[in-house]
Design a binder for this molecule. Structure first.
Ligand SMILES: Cc1ncc(COP(=O)(O)O)c(C=O)c1O
Length: 383
């Protein structure tokens, strides 16, 4: 959808792009300055595969400060974005027949990463009526002897749902008491800092210390510091798993760019003011979008707790027809219809949840207003 949107825009069409998966803010100046300094110091050579000591020390401090997690330097992995870490985790562990449990709706890339590595995605529905939070009983029912990973992504892309400490504990209790023990837990915390309404962030290894040796805690600088293009992600986890990831990375990309690593260390160690400001702005945008959505009962949408997406159901609109007489039978057709009206969104099917659309509000307030006006017109024209 992002590609189709780019094509439409480059063909001269006026499209408000709500497909974006990255903050629309610029990387803070002090982070860019750290990169320039690294170049001036000649830090332009190969680094250790799993990251410079300076960066890994900053990551150790970050885990301690934000998550009360104690990792040592050999328990840290650094890659080209959280994406590379996730991919290597599956590459290192999955064999044919292995299942990866992921609540739906889920970030589309997980599905492809799992199938590319010979595993089987086992989607478990997190329902809209439960605010897209996985019910402990549903997790319990999905676990079996083939389970190799349970992936929890909070706040979630695409739903924005986030678990409180208690809700997460209810899930880790299920894992701890399960008779199946031979699986890993992946906490994808990439949206940790984009969490609203003064909620406290919680992660698996923190709420369930007994699971620390089975948990890979994945995070990065992309979303929190508007650094998507710098390509730095990291993880803390048990040493054997981290060593396996590093061994694979050695033959894939080696390390991520030395200059980006210097910038990431500055991001983690420097002032966190930017993070607070972004959070406040994104929360205001979420509220703007929710106030508008509340006026359209046909677009049912629970209040997202974080990230920068809304994931409304469009079920009530399916089956209706465009002014040209075209029946909108699916989320894909509905998204195409909105694109014709100058708004790009992503169909829910790609996230394992047909009958929904994902709308990103990581764009200016002016763009959001324009998108809202256009969606009103598009819905008004349906019969
Ligand atoms: C849920 C989730 N995990 C991981 C990533 C990867 O982030 P990066 O590779 O930029 O660190 C993304 C990016 O969109 C994401 O949405």
């Amino acid at each position: 959808m992002a590609e189709r949107t780019r094509q439409a825009i480059s063909a001269g069409r006026d499209v408000v792009d709500l497909t974006l998966g990255e903050p629309d803010f610029a990387t803070p100046e002090h982070i860019c300055a750290a990169a320039v300094k690294a170049i001036a110091r000649g830090e332009t050579k190969y680094t250790p595969i799993n990251g410079t000591t300076v960066l890994r020390e900053a990551i150790v401090r970050k885990f301690r400060r934000d998550n009360a997690l104690d990792y040592d330097l050999r328990e840290i992995s650094v890659g080209c974005g959280a994406k590379q870490i996730l991919y290597q985790a599956f590459l290192a562990t999955l064999a044919p027949g292995d299942e990866v449990i992921i609540p739906t709706p889920y970030w589309a890339s997980y599905a492809d990463m799992i199938s590319l590595n010979g595993g089987t995605l086992k989607p478990v529905e997190a329902r809209l009526v439960d605010s897209f939070l996985l019910e402990p009983a549903a997790l319990d029912a999905a676990l079996n002897e083939r389970t190799k990973w349970v992936v929890l992504n909070s706040p979630s892309n695409p739903s924005g749902a986030a678990y409180t400490r208690e809700q997460l504990k209810a899930l880790t209790d299920v894992i701890e008491s399960s008779r199946y023990k031979k699986f890993w837990i992946l906490a994808d915390d990439i949206y940790e800092h984009i969490l609203f309404d003064d909620r406290m962030f919680a992660t698996v290894a923190q709420v369930a210390p007994n699971l620390r040796e089975r948990t890979l805690t994945v995070n990065g600088v992309s979303k929190a510091y508007a650094m998507t293009g710098w390509r730095v992600g990291f993880a803390g986890g048990p040493r054997p798993l981290i060593e396996a990831l590093t061994k694979l990375q050695m033959q894939i990309t080696s390390h991520t760019a030395s200059i980006s690593q210097a910038a990431a260390a500055a991001a983690l160690d420097g002032s966190q003011e930017f993070v607070y400001q972004c959070r406040a702005r994104l929360q205001a945008r979420r509220d703007l979008m929710l106030a508008w959505l509340a006026k359209i009962p046909a677009l049912a949408c629970p209040k997202p707790h974080g990230a920068f997406y809304l994931f409304p159901s469009i079920e009530a609109l399916l089956g209706r027809s465009s002014p040209e007489g075209e029946r909108l039978g699916s989320d894909v057709e509905f998204s195409n219809y909105l694109l014709e009206h100058g708004v790009a969104v992503v169909p829910g099917s790609g996230f394992g949840a047909p009958g929904h659309i994902r709308m990103s509000y990581a764009t200016s307030e002016a763009n959001l207003e324009r998108a809202i006006d256009r969606i009103w017109i598009a819905l008004d024209r349906l019969s």
